[in-house]
Design a protein around this ligand. Structure first.
Ligand code: FE2
Length: 256
């Protein structure tokens, strides 16, 4: 049995710093073998930069997944050439840097990490359901984990059921609020609709509350500012059999 830690969207400097402070302890206390972190909001002011990715890797991430803010920082596009970076696999072919999945060589076994983006209430990327079918044909490890970065809970649930018994885990990200529906689908596939986030708790999804309230009150464009204050860490720990790829248990973590 192996244990995989998935950490939800890390927001800004405060999120990176809090994760850097806590991650090695979380990994040690929970006997973690592999750590995946969603880092698409880890840079100050959104996106991911070399500095924020370095911080996540030094903190203990093995793989960094992303989403709709993957390419927000033009100066950091080359970061997607790094073996530890994954971007949504369903960007249209031909014009996108980086890779939509990575295979982690763990010695006696390997783990595939795939990143996909939803298309309901999001950018119209290629269909994630048909894209994952193509990708799964190319992967020959049974240990496959998917970060499904999506807005609509229905689309995430549908993806979980679609991938039941075909992958070891489906982790919803993007909405930053941890859901309480973790389960093992079909006795094989760990699933949660949203893992949650790492960042200031008194915030709207990690950003300052006032501008967001004003945006909803006055319908005028506002500048989002990174929130400050005490942070939370949301994640999940999935226990899986590395020979069969079957997940046996998923538990949520929520640290204040
Ligand atoms: Fe996102």
């Amino acid at each position: 049995m192996k244990r995989l830690l998935f950490i939800g969207d890390v927001v800004g400097k405060a999120g990176c710093e809090f994760l850097a402070e806590k991650l090695s302890g979380i990994k040690h206390d929970n006997n973690i073998d592999i750590t995946i972190v969603n880092g698409e909001n880890s840079a100050q002011g959104n996106g991911i930069t070399h500095a924020s990715a370095d911080m996540l890797i030094r903190a203990g991430a093995d793989i960094i997944t992303t989403g709709n803010h993957a390419f927000r920082r033009k100066e950091a596009m080359d970061i997607f050439e790094e073996e530890y970076m994954v971007r949504p696999a369903n960007y249209p072919e031909g014009g996108c840097v980086g890779s939509g999945y990575r295979i982690l060589d763990m010695g006696a076994y390997s783990v595939a990490v795939i990143n996909l983006m939803g298309t309901a209430l999001m950018e119209p990327l290629d269909n994630p359901f048909t894209k994952i079918d193509e990708i799964l044909e190319d992967i020959d490890t049974p240990n496959i984990f998917v970060d499904f970065h999506a807005e609509a809970t229905s689309e995430k649930k549908a993806m979980g059921h679609y991938l039941t018994s075909r992958v070891s885990g489906v982790f919803g990200t993007h909405t930053h609020v941890q859901t309480a529906d973790e389960c093992i689908l079909g006795g094989h596939t760990a699933y949660i609709t949203d893992v949650g986030m790492v960042g200031p708790e008194h915030s709207c999804l990690g950003v300052e509350v006032e501008p967001v309230i004003n945006m909803f009150r006055f319908r005028m464009p506002v500048r989002f500012l990174e929130a400050s204050g005490k942070c939370i860490i949301c994640g999940t720990i999935t226990q899986f059999d590395e020979k069969s790829g079957k997940s046996h248990k998923m538990e949520r973590i929520f640290i204040r």
